[in-house]
Design a protein around this ligand. Structure first.
Ligand code: FES
Length: 97
């Protein structure tokens, strides 16, 4: 079977990745080693429930934000963006005891 039929090519934060058909975007993001988002307190988050309930797996897919990556299968050419790898400065932490 040709490679193009066996795998799908997409990008996660601009990095090319190949997955098998039927792979969720959440799995592709985990394969890429990226957190799905950064919490308001600056903690990296990852998929938790895997069934569309917790919203911890939200990513931007093809420019559409807040997509639950555990509920969406990868498509060839898909562009997935997750939270920045480094959390933004959190002023609330600066005042924590
Ligand atoms: S992992 Fe919980 S909604 Fe996707």
């Amino acid at each position: 079977m040709p490679e193009s039929v066996r795998s799908l090519a997409l990008t996660v934060n601009g990095v090319p990745i190949a997955v098998q058909p039927g792979t969720t975007v959440a799995a592709a993001v985990l394969m890429a080693g990226a957190p799905t988002r950064i919490s308001v307190t600056g903690e990296p988050r990852a998929p938790l429930c895997g069934m569309g309930i917790c919203f911890e797996c939200r990513v931007t897919i093809d420019g559409v934000p807040h997509q639950r990556s555990c509920q969406i299968l990868c498509r060839s050419g898909m562009q997935v963006r997750t939270a920045p790898s480094e959390p933004a400065a959190n002023p609330a932490r600066e005042f924590a005891p």
